[in-house]
Each structure stands twice: as structure tokens, then as C-alpha cells.
Design a protein around this ligand. Structure first.
Ligand SMILES: Cc1cc2nc3c(=O)[nH]c(=O)nc-3n(C[C@H](O)[C@H](O)[C@H](O)COP(=O)(O)OP(=O)(O)OC[C@H]3O[C@@H](n4cnc5c(N)ncnc54)[C@H](O)[C@@H]3O)c2cc1C
Length: 565
């Protein structure tokens, strides 16, 4: 049976950061369901935050201001010690990335350039034009190759194996051979990214099914704050490709069908650079009031920035507009609408990235440390992946070096793999049944229509019923092609199970939380309620059903007050 000291699942930024920081004397491997360079991190556009103070408008910036902005942006649901840790580490992290070779954009004189982003008091987002994720991921990947990190690409993890509260390894589906096999590991780090494809309109890539989060949940690890789903204000109308917040950071205006910069009515000081939850809701309210175009979108106007600035700072956005909307933002406003973008919630871990299962760690978007609370600030996720990815690698190494070599668990791992094989055989035996892609489409519609930007009790309760109906239909799913090599249908069937779980956890958390906080907006409970709801939601799979409990938010020196922008 294949064995690793540390098994990292996920080849995005968090996974590569974890692999690179793991002790090189240990046997470390990265498993990814796609080639690492196709991980969703590669699509990140606008930038990564650190209080370098390089922008003339932010000379007196420091990590404490960054931490305060993060906590205020989170609507005070972030654990303040964790947010401070990330913001303090941000500065050295950026310089280390620079020394590894990340080609950041520069100000005249050579220092790393910084642009304004939403919810930040000063311009502190470092960037590489509008391709920041691409250059970060390529740089870390090159270093992984240099350090001879072992990669197993196009392997889908289907189960996390846990016995008596201890992680034993995983079961994988090797897409190229069609084989199902167990892998023994002393420590497992999940860095499996977000679940955007649970929604119809999303800026996430097609691979973002969130199965890692679902697999951890079924193995008994609680999920935290899953009801907090970020909707990005500006996705390209109809296609929902992201138009980075950097476009507003560079000075872009949001305009309704009367030509008015409507953010003046919603966030008079911050305007277009208010946090995402506020801007996304403002756009949707304008559209719903009839102030949009074709009742579906508003305009993001970049024309006044001029050709030179658009070409230099936002070349990727210009290409996206030309290729996917047939317009050039140099002379035409961009039609935009909100779309699902990010998961603030995830696998419950502490600031050392460790979970309640011994030897199991998580980092990046699949994890909830919790830094982002009820609403993440733009530029803080890339930072989260690198800072906590590294911590996960270091902590997993410490754990492995301090723990006993385990013997005698091969039988358990083999049985788990056999269980997965039997499930696949059952799906394959049926000649007819439900088609997974149709079930997936139904789920996306339910989540978008009933668990979206604006929520209420009736819709959320209905969504839960609809999800249960889907679960019944899923029992009748079948595989039409019998060859298991590169069976995308099989991948979808396996991952859909997790997607149903995630939809249920998001919706039940949202139904219970009778308040409005950050991205979670309840039309029937429009105020934030710190007395009853300043707490994290934990959902645990126990006795074959989800069980909801709560835990305290770690408040430090910033007492919760009303957010004003
Ligand atoms: C369009 C877009 C632009 C963004 N721009 C920014 C930005 O400018 N700044 C910012 O801070 N944030 C940005 N974000 C958010 C940020 O990019 C992501 O949160 C972050 O990159 C996630 O990194 P990750 O390493 O956690 O996961 P990912 O990069 O998504 O990687 C997940 C990995 O897990 C693997 N995987 C998943 N499930 C399995 C499984 N079951 N078995 C095996 N492997 C599996 C995948 O193959 C992949 O390698 C953006 C997000 C989007 C959608």
C-alpha cells in the first residue's frame, strides 16, 4: 500500500505552500484532481494584501490597521487573534514571495505597487497587473519542482479514513487507470478549495465542487460558518467571469440606467470600495428597483481611466470583455451582476490549521480558521492560502515527528477502498436512472433562488425540502459509460454527494441564524444581533444526520460596533 508521512490534498496555493513548508526530510506528496497549475488559484486577479505602506496614500499603514479592517469587514465574526496573526505575517510573506521570484507590479523607483481594494482604509493590495494568482501559483509550482515535491495529478480523493479520532489516510480514484486505492498517511492536509459550483451563477471554475469539505464532514470533522457565502459584486453579465475589484480599485465607477453612481446612496464615504457584501446587495437592489439594464445588470464604467491605464493595470479584464462580451472597456462600460464567489466557512480548524481529528489539517478556502468571519475582504484570501498553507505544512511536520509510527491499519484502509468500489459497482449495475448532470442543475437553481444574496425563512425551509428530494433522486443515479478511465460522469457522481451535504449545511445554518451579518442577509431579520448571534455555527455529521452547535467568537481589542463605510 502506498505510504506518505504527509499527504497534501490540493495543488492550489494553499496546497503548494503546505508542501513547500513541510519538513524536507519527511516523505511528502501532493494529490490533485487536476494538474496543480489548473487549480482555481491560477484565476485570482486583483491582488494580495499586506501593510507595506508603499502607496503614497498609505504611507502610515501597519499590520494593526490591516487587522482592524479585516475584523470590521468580517462584521466582527472573525476570531481576532487569528486575523492579527495573518496580518502580522503578511508583510514578511510578501517579501519572501518576492524573493522566490513573484513578478509583482512596481511603482516608479522599484518598490512593490499597491492599489486600493474594498473595505480597506488605505491602498494595501499588492498585485501583478490583474494576473496575481497566476504568477503566485507558477512561482510556487516552480519551487515545488525544484524541491522535488512528488505530485500525483488527476487523482480524486473520495474518502478521509479516520479511526478512533485519528487520521489514517485517504481513498483515491486514479482517473487515468480507473483504479480505486487506499493511501496510508500519518498526516493529511486538505487544501481542496471552494464549492462555488453549488450555485448557478459563480465566478468559480468548473472544478470547484467542494468535495474536500464534504469528505471531511462525513469523516466527522465539523464545518464552521458555512451559511456565510460571498457574492462578488462584479461578474460579467451572463458569463459570470470575475471582473476584479481591482477595476474599482483603479477608479472604476458603478453606474445605473440613469447614469448615477448609486453607491452614494449605500456607502457614501467608501462608494465603490465598500466591502463586497454591501456593494453586491446595492447592485441587486438597483436592478430589482428597475434601475438596471434589461432588468439584469448595471454598468462598471472604466472609460475615464484611459487606454494606457486599462492596458497596463487591467489587461486581463480587457481581454475577458473583448473575448466574452464583444466590448472594449476602453470605450464601453462593462455589464456586470453579482455572482457567488467565495466561501467564508469551511472545515473547522484552529490557527494551527489542526482539526478535532488527530493528524488531519486543513488550509486555504476549504478551511475556516476563522479570519474572514461573515464577509471576506478582497485580497485577503490569497494571503490566507499562503500564510495558513505554510502553517499547515509546519504543524503537520511537527505532528509527524512527534507521533508514533502506526501499524496494523492496512485492513481498515483496504475496507474503506472496497466500500468505495462497491458503491461505484452499484451505480454501474443500473441500466437506467437519474442523470447526475440534471441533478446538479436542479441543485444550482435551488441554491441560487432560495439561498442567495437575500434570504428568508420560507425560501430556506423550502430549499431544505428540495435538497432532501434531490437526495432521494440521487439514490437512483446511474453511470451510463461503463469505462472508469477518465469518467467525468463518475467524478461528478462522487462529488455530487458532497455537494448535497454542503447545500444542506449552508441552508440549515442560514435558516437557524435569525439575524443579518455580513454576507448573510435575512429579509425577515434585517439587523445584526450580537446578543444572540455573535457566535460561530458548527455543523457536525453525527448519527447519520447534521447536528448544529455553536461556539464563541474570539474577541480581542476590537469591540463589535456597527459597520459604517
Ligand atoms: C475568479 C477569482 C478571482 C479571485 N481573485 C482573488 C484575488 O485577487 N485576491 C484574493 O485574495 N483572492 C482572490 N480569489 C479567491 C482565491 O483565489 C481563492 O480563494 C484561493 O486561490 C483558493 O486557493 P486554494 O489553494 O485554497 O484552492 P484552489 O486553488 O481552488 O485549489 C484546490 C485544489 O484542490 C484540488 N482538489 C479539490 N478537491 C479535490 C479532491 N476531492 N481530490 C483531489 N484534489 C482535489 C484541486 O485539484 C486543486 O488543486 C479569487 C477567486 C476567484 C474565483
Amino acid at each position: 500500500m502506498m505510504y506518505q508521512d504527509i499527504l497534501v490534498v490540493g495543488g492550489g496555493l494553499a496546497g503548494l505552500a503546505a508542501a513547500l513548508s513541510s519538513d524536507p526530510h519527511l516523505k511528502v506528496a501532493v494529490i490533485s484532481k487536476v494538474h496543480p497549475l489548473r487549480s482555481h488559484s491560477v484565476a485570482a486577479q486583483g491582488g494580495i494584501n499586506a501593510a507595506l505602506g508603499n502607496n503614497p496614500d498609505g504611507k502610515d499603514d501597519n499590520w494593526k490597521k490591516h487587522a482592524f479592517d479585516t475584523i470590521k469587514g468580517s462584521d466582527y465574526l472573525a476570531d481576532q487573534d487569528a486575523a492579527e496573526l495573518m496580518c502580522e505575517k503578511a508583510i514578511s510573506t510578501i517579501y519572501e514571495l518576492e524573493h522566490l521570484g513573484v513578478p509583482f507590479s512596481r511603482f516608479p523607483g522599484g518598490v512593490i505597487a499597491q492599489r486600493p481594494f474594498g473595505g480597506a482604509g488605505v491602498p494595501r493590495t499588492c498585485y501583478a497587473a490583474d494576473r496575481t494568482g497566476l504568477v503566485l501559483l507558477h512561482t510556487l509550482f516552480e519551487h515545488s519542482i525544484r524541491k522535488r515535491v512528488k505530485f500525483y495529478n488527476e487523482w480524486l480523493v473520495t474518502r478521509l479514513v479516520v479511526k478512533d479520532g485519528k487520521c489514517l489516510g485517504v481513498v483515491v480514484y486514479d482517473l487515468a487507470t480507473g483504479q480505486i486505492m487506499p493511501i496510508k498517511a500519518r498526516a493529511v492536509i486538505f487544501a481542496t478549495g471552494g464549492y462555488g459550483r453549488v450555485y448557478l451563477r459563480t465566478t468559480n471554475s468548473f472544478i470547484n465542487h467542494g468535495s474536500g469539505i464534504g469528505i471531511a464532514y462525513r469523516a466527522g470533522v465539523p464545518l464552521k460558518d458555512m451559511e456565510f457565502v460571498q457574492f462578488h459584486p462584479t461578474s460579467l453579465f451572463g458569463k459570470n467571469i470575475l471582473i476584479t475589484e481591482g477595476a474599482r480599485g483603479e477608479g472604476g465607477h458603478l453606474v445605473n440606467n440613469e447614469g448615477k453612481r448609486f453607491m452614494a446612496d449605500y456607502a457614501p464615504s467608501a462608494m465603490e470600495l465598500a466591502p463586497r457584501d454591501i456593494v453586491a446587495r446595492a447592485i441587486q437592489i438597483e436592478i430589482d428597483k428597475g434601475n438596471g439594464f434589461e432588468n439584469q445588470y448595471v454598468h462598471l464604467d472604466l472609460k475615464h481611466l484611459g487606454e494606457a491605464k486599462i492596458k497596463k493595470r487591467l489587461p486581463g479584464i480587457r481581454e475577458i470583455c473583448i473575448d466574452f462580451a464583444g466590448i472594449d472597456p476602453i470605450d464601453t462600460p462593462i455589464p456586470i451582476q453579482p455572482a457567488q464567489h467565495y466561501s467564508m466557512g469551511g472545515i473547522d480548524v484552529n490557527a494551527k490549521c489542526s482539526s478535532c481529528v488527530e493528524g488531519f489539517f486543513a488550509a486555504g478556502e476549504c478551511a475556516c480558521v476563522s479570519i474572514h468571519g461573515a464577509n471576506r475582504l478582497g485580497g485577503n484570501s490569497l494571503l490566507d492560502t499562503v500564510v495558513f498553507g505554510r502553517i499547515a505544512g509546519e504543524e503537520a511536520s511537527n505532528y509527524v515527528k512527534g507521533s508514533e509510527v502506526m501499524d496494523g491499519n492496512d485492513k481498515i484502509l483496504l475496507e474503506e477502498a472496497l466500500g468505495v468500489k462497491r458503491g461505484i459497482e452499484e451505480w454501474g449495475k443500473k441500466d437506467s436512472g437519474e442523470k447526475v448532470h440534471l441533478l446538479l442543475n436542479r441543485l444550482k437553481v435551488i441554491m441560487s433562488e432560495k439561498v442567495g444574496l437575500f434570504r428568508n425563512k420560507k425560501d430556506l425551509a423550502e430549499a431544505l425540502e428540495n435538497i432532501s428530494e434531490l437526495r432521494e433522486d440521487y439514490k437512483r443515479v446511474h453511470i451510463s459509460g461503463k469505462c472508469l478511465r477518465y469518467s467525468q460522469e463518475l467524478v461528478n457522481i462522487i462529488e455530487f454527494d458532497s455537494m448535497l451535504d454542503l447545500a444542506e449545511v449552508i441552508t440549515s445554518g442560514a435558516l437557524k441564524r435569525e439575524e443579518t451579518r455580513g454576507s448573510h442577509f435575512r429579509l425577515d431579520f434585517k439587523e445584526r444581533n450580537d446578543k444572540d448571534w455573535l457566535k460561530h455555527t458548527l455543523v457536525t455529521w453525527r448519527e447519520d444526520k447534521p447536528q448544529i452547535t455553536y461556539k464563541d467568537v474570539k474577541i480581542g481589542k476590537y469591540k463589535p460596533v456597527e459597520r459604517k463605510y
